[in-house]
Design a protein around this ligand. Sequence first.
Ligand code: BYC
Length: 472
Amino acid sequence: MSEVDLEAKIPNNVGLRDNKRLMKALETWQPAFLEWWKDLGPSDFNEDQIYLRTAVGVGKGGWAHFDYVKMPEYRWGIFLAEGPEDRKIHFGDHLGEEAWKEVPGEMRNRLRRLIVTQGDTEPASVEQQRLLGKTAPSLYDLRNLFQVNVEEGRHLWAMVYLLHTYFGKDGREEAEALLQRHSGDEDNPRILEAFNNPIETWVDFFCFTTFTDRDGKYQLAALAESAFDPLARSTQFMLTEEAFHMQTGENGVGRILHRTAQLEKEGKDAKSEGGIPFDIMQKYINYWASASMDLFGGEDSTNAAESFSMGLKGRYREGDGIYSDPRALEQNYKAEIPTPDGKLEEKEIPLRRAMNALLLDSYVQDCKRITMRWNRDLEKLGTDFRVVFPSKRFNRKQGIYAGHYYDPEGTPITEAEWNAKIASWLPSEEDRAYVKSCMKPVYEKGKIANWIAPPPTGVNGQPFDFEYVKFH
Ligand code: BYC
């Protein structure tokens, strides 16, 4: 592992200074990235000074630095987590062999596809969130949005580094294509569906960072187990940044629910006060939770089986030795599969083919834990409303439940029942219009919109009324 080089044009600990060819390739890509940021990154605000965290190293504790930065001048760096040089592969068909420092020929296509798919989501999310700065509920939230955006930009850099370093000409072409596909573009959309859904409001943003970024956590965690060492180290370091994104979402949704409960306690009707009613929040949660569950791919997947057997993508926390069979050849996964007559039947899927389902189960458990935290706060505030995390069968477009109809509890229903109920389960046009009407910017230090509670603490030990953004 090379020393951290912060003076370089691209801060890094991958020895760029000594690898002139790679440095040239990345420095050629950099203007295209900045051009993309200008055209499709945050609208406006690029001349303003934002109080941002920048990754400056990989050591525990002191890896980040906070200061005012103009976003286009953010130091997007390339960092690999530290780890043992002699790491062994700990799952799949290559169990016990040395982890790879280069890409084995037969793994090349599948590995490239995984890296491209991961890389594609990063700029996609920045594009989706492009206009949100115009309606931020506070300077604190505005700053958090931009923190998430610049770090997604860095995550793109992390994947582009792998493509440029290990995949030659194909990799350079893929890196260019990552800036050419655009979220929601009819002709050239982003690869995964949830990354083409617009994020029009802060309610969408907080649900997205709660649920979609959390898919990111699980996918990155699975890739952090990889036998391809540079991918494992890149994604491990991305996970340190990812934690803040999920916190932004969890706290954001929690603060909206808190505010609505306060209004209710004061005997006020949330809607007439410009707050977000609980039932609308539940619908947004249903929508983003189900779209995010789709990001795990099919429950029964030969792609997933191959990625596991080749050692490219492991199970959640595989390296902690929590699974009894690291080859996953001895067990089956029990799944409830829809039958042609609309019922559910328990069937066994060979474990390797059920890797997406297993990862989804870990994700769902995590989401339920977050839901419980929101509900504890609601209980403390004395309100009766409780958030419910929807069933993994509800509103699915990918996997075994796609094309079938279930209510949010996961009970099979008919298409007619679905059509009759959809407006009470997912945001209607009217709900969206109402939420949009609440989104008015509050850019005054220490002030906040009426639909969301202030956070209990600020960023990096600063108070909520800190000047998180200095407008030019
Ligand atoms: N939309 O075998 P299957 C993040 C395709 S988020 C559209 O069932 P597989 C972030 C699939 O590509 C994490 N297409 O599943 C969060 C395949 O197509 P082909 C991103 C979909 O392949 C917030 C076919 O359906 N990282 O970091 O095992 C902000 C059959 O697929 C979808 C990764 O995803 C979908 N939802 O699993 C910023 C990790 N689902 O091959 C960032 C890398 C499936 O037949 N990606 N398909 O043409 C993967 O590991 C896998 O590609 C997936 C799909 C888990 C996504």
